[in-house]
Design a protein around this ligand. Sequence first.
Ligand code: SF4
Ligand code: SF4
Ligand code: FES
Length: 373
Amino acid sequence: MNQLIETTVVLEIDGESVEVPQGETVLKAARALDIEIPVLCHDDRVEPAGCCRMCLVEVEGQRRLQPACTFKASPGMKVRTDTERVARHRRGLLSLYKADHRLDEAGKPVSRGVHDMLADHIATYGTGPELEPVNAPRVSREHDTNPYIQFDPDACVVCGLCVRYCDEVEAVSAITLLGRGSATTIGTADQRNLLDTSCELCGGCIAVCPTGAMTEKPSLALPTEQIVRSTCNFCGVGCQLDLHVAEVPVTIGAPASAKQTKRVTRVTSPEPGTTVNDGNLCIKGRFSYEFINHDERLKEPLIRGADGQLHPATWEQAIARVAEGLHGVKQRHGADALGFVSSSRCTGEENYLMQKLSRAAFGTNNCHQCAAT
Ligand code: SF4
Ligand code: SF4
Ligand code: FES
């Protein structure tokens, strides 16, 4: 017997009707209607956990408010995100988070120079009763000498998103929720230095952290004045990068005489779901950018002269010299005396051109690419 399989459900959110795939959450259904539901512990790349309670909404027939990030849409469901009960919940919850967060003199969450979703929510939804600040006994790893990742327990809301990202996206499980109750913190096995764990220093925990409790050590307190989209040049995948640029003194690898003051202050990924790397980066893409300002960086071709020294040259001169050398080898020893080795850091098009150069221009099949081994 043929059975009709229902693959979508229709529900109502704030009086508007929306059709979503079966199994979709209320949060995604609301987003389809451009209805904003605030979140802290949610990221589309990991399984929803429903632990921060920021996204609670009213669902008709449910006695309690329900987390939109985990609650599944069902046919005929009626959801409200805009009631006084929901607004009161948000204010009360934000009061609690604020009391457990390091504040500045104006009573706002301390700015760490990075995006702080908690501060945004407080500005948008307000807070309820002023609560006495809580001095949570969360510990950090002050002895952790890893060069890139800093954890500030006073800015952590223990949403666990960094831990879930590390588990589910990076598949590394280097960090964990450690301890119990108010002492729960983000730690490692035996509170080891991240360098002594399975951590790959991808920095994904920094990227997902909604409060900036996880931050980049090298760029702490450095500003962003401009963001420039670029393509990572460390391998051929083509990950997109957002280079944060600001006018700050060049310090690493630069000669004292360096006049250049604009530099990259941090690297982030574009939003998940918008580019090939889906919000993820590796250690090289995220942290290896000091070479940009290094005084020994090669910026132009060099040709070795009769004096044995390298001298600056134009690209035309350099390419002509290479062609002359390759033709000389072919004339003296035959085409198979040549070998062409390409790199996985090149694009597919560049690798294609390399084998074309080898086969069509010089007549040898001695061509290889490092990723082929
Ligand atoms: S840097 Fe990457 S691997 Fe290391 S703890 Fe963070 S998410 Fe896990
Ligand atoms: S460090 Fe950030 S992502 Fe991790 S639990 Fe704390 S607030 Fe959440
Ligand atoms: S975003 Fe839904 S509980 Fe955290």
